[in-house]
Design a protein around this ligand. Structure first.
Ligand code: NAD
Length: 281
């Protein structure tokens, strides 16, 4: 009786909003910068491109070699930031050895930073100022909202403290009056933290990390993990089998957080274009 927290319906709503805004604005352009041969990155970029096409957003990929120098990547990001025909810029990871995503993302103009990767965006988020949030972190909150799961006053354990997911998610949840515990690879007793939570968000990139014994009966589980399986599929961080029946609700992988993330990137891009058309913010 574990309810499935699918992301399809919320993603469709968000895409419809993006389509309406894009139609009103006219031409909307998103550029994804890639400097890797990684297969799963290529798959992810294709899925963004396809989703963008459907809502009338022009999505192009700028490919740099997997051994590109950080200075060359920065140059590209600065050029796109200065290009008035570009409304959204995403820097895809992984990056070449020696390149820091957080450092390079500082070259993305904040108003085009639709995946909230510029450290300025994260700082503004932490300070309670308007900024684009990293789409994956926002997708977790959006998915919970879509399923009517309340956050105010409830305890949430976030498993993972990365700059792209765990940390920004903690800020978004605090803004919604949740009581947040952030766990990570050095947390001494993970189960002790997750077992007292009303809601557990798994964002560690470790297949099967969260099992039934990690959960209080009746808790809600959001699985952010996207781990490639040997047969070319995708699996989350939650052992769905052992969680079934114990959790009240669980988001599937694929089909949970993922589609909402992609739809939010498009919505952010459409909003960025709308603001640019209105003469900046
Ligand atoms: P990351 O590797 O940067 O961070 C992983 C975090 O998990 C770290 O903070 C680490 O301390 C923690 N961790 C690792 N092992 C742990 C353990 N055994 N116990 C507790 N904590 C542990 O990864 P990321 O970029 O934050 O991504 C996390 C997962 O989310 C990955 O599977 C990634 O593929 C997925 N992801 C999904 C989407 C989406 O749209 N669905 C988007 C981005 C990332």
């Amino acid at each position: 009786e574990t309810v499935e927290l699918g992301g399809g319906a919320r993603a469709a709503e968000l895409r419809a909003e993006a389509r309406d805004v894009a139609e009103a604005v006219g031409r909307v352009r998103l550029v994804v910068v890639v400097a890797t041969d990684d297969e799963s990155t290529a798959w992810y970029v294709r899925s963004i491109t396809r989703a963008a096409e459907k809502v009338g957003i022009d999505c192009t990929t700028v490919r740099l070699p997997p051994d590109a120098a950080p200075a060359a990547i920065r140059q590209e990001l600065l050029a796109l930031s200065a290009d008035p025909t570009v409304h959204g810029v995403i820097l895809q990871t992984p990056l070449p050895p020696g390149a820091s995503a957080a450092d390079l993302a500082g070259a993305i103009a904040p108003e085009k930073d639709v995946d909230g990767a510029n450290p300025l965006s994260l700082g503004r988020l932490a300070a309670g100022l308007p900024a684009f949030a990293p789409a994956t972190a926002e997708a977790v909150v959006s998915l919970l909202d879509a399923h009517g799961i309340a956050l105010a006053g409830r305890s949430v354990a976030v498993v993972g403290r990365s700059t792209v997911v765990g940390k920004p998610l903690a800020h978004l949840l605090l803004d919604r009056d949740a009581t947040v515990t952030v766990c990570h690879s050095r947390t001494a007793d993970l189960a002790a933290a997750t077992r007292t939570a009303d809601i557990v968000v798994a964002a560690a990139g470790r297949p099967g990390l969260i099992r039934g014994e990690h959960l209080a009966p009746g808790s809600v589980v959001v699985d952010v993990g996207t781990n490639a399986t040997e047969d070319g599929g995708l699996t989350g961080d939650v052992d769905a089998e052992s969680v079934a029946g114990r959790a009240a609700a669980l988001s599937p992988v694929p089909g949970g957080v993922g589609p909402v993330t992609t739809a939010l990137l498009l919505r952010h891009t459409a909003l960025a274009a709308q603001r640019a058309a209105a003469g900046g913010q």
